[in-house]
Design a protein around this ligand. Sequence first.
Ligand SMILES: [Zn+2]
Length: 417
Amino acid sequence: MTDDPADTLDTATTDPGTLVGRIDRDETIELLQELVRIRSPYFEEEAITEFVYDWLDSRGHDPEYHPVSEPDITGFEGNNVLARLAGTDPDAPTLLLNAHMDTVEIVEAWDEDPLSGRIEDGKLYGQGACDMKGGLAGIMVAFDVLAATDVDLAGDLLFSAVVDEEGPYGLGANQLVRDEITDECDAAIVTEPGPILAQTTIENPALLLGARGRFLYDITVTGEAAHGSQPQKGTNAVVDAGRLADALAAMDVGTHEKLGDGSVCPIEIEGGGETLSVPESCRLLADRHVVIGETEDVVRADAERVVADLDLDSDVQIDFRDAPAPDVRYGPYVTDADDPLVNALSSGVETVTDDDPAIGYFSSVGDFNYFGHRADLPTVIVGPDGENIHGAGEFVHTDDVVAVARIVTAGCVSLLG
Ligand SMILES: [Zn+2]
């Protein structure tokens, strides 16, 4: 905090150990509790957006609302919250610190208040506690410490708390790319939960240096109606869609030495009705997680090959889910293990834990794909671990939250100092 007596000293410090010591455990966890107690499913982030803005404002960090608008598909209007720390050297890198403020819809199966922020045995419970209010609290307190008047970083630091990560298009992060804010940046840290969503089994402290990408097949199967008592006279679109779903789930997909294997998961099938008719149409949605090299053309050709091999009587039209713009998609990326950002965070981990970080890769997609793939920034995920993400009983380990705040602080100093 800027009114800390230590901040009024004349000598500037960029000593990671000193700054890490300024991350106060109790203050960090109390902030996390406040964040968890604010209901904030995606598209309903107004209250938490105001809270984050006010918190930064009350500490003199001059935050700004960054408008997010998507009129065509979702009609969403909201705001990201940004804050900037200007470095002393225009040639030094600019680092983006990112967390999302929204959660999934609150799951009904909770057997306690899903917004309690209750702490027991070092676990803090609540919807979004791990994904990712723990990481949000972490970058808030890290930014606060780095903004102290006696800290002189050479590079710029850009704090971004974004909306709608859990929604269908990552609209908050998309707006950072769309408005060319990511063009000002040289690297990105995202404090999403790490090890629990890694492709391989790892434990914190961990750095995740990449993520798979994602497409969503939107497939229309068109058969031919007939009376349901004489199915041989028609072409059953539901049956053919079922066969196609089965074949897609079993098809060969790509693999990558770091990101692991791609995957396919049919997730929705809809068609036919109660009328005694051979169903003439059916829609099939199938998730496809991809690795580097599996472009849209490749992914489309794969599905077309599956369709051709099945030799269905129905017509099959393969499309992808609508997006607000053609570039709004989750592409895979890998950040070089020798990148200065990775070195900086590794030394941050060492400062805080006396350990080397485990290295992993994220199994699914998120805002980090927009930074790592679309904006082509070296992007690293370092976040607290927990359990039951997106489910009832979600919790985050409080020790991890404090450690992440400290690792980010030390990593920022190491990269920008
Ligand atoms: Zn998340």
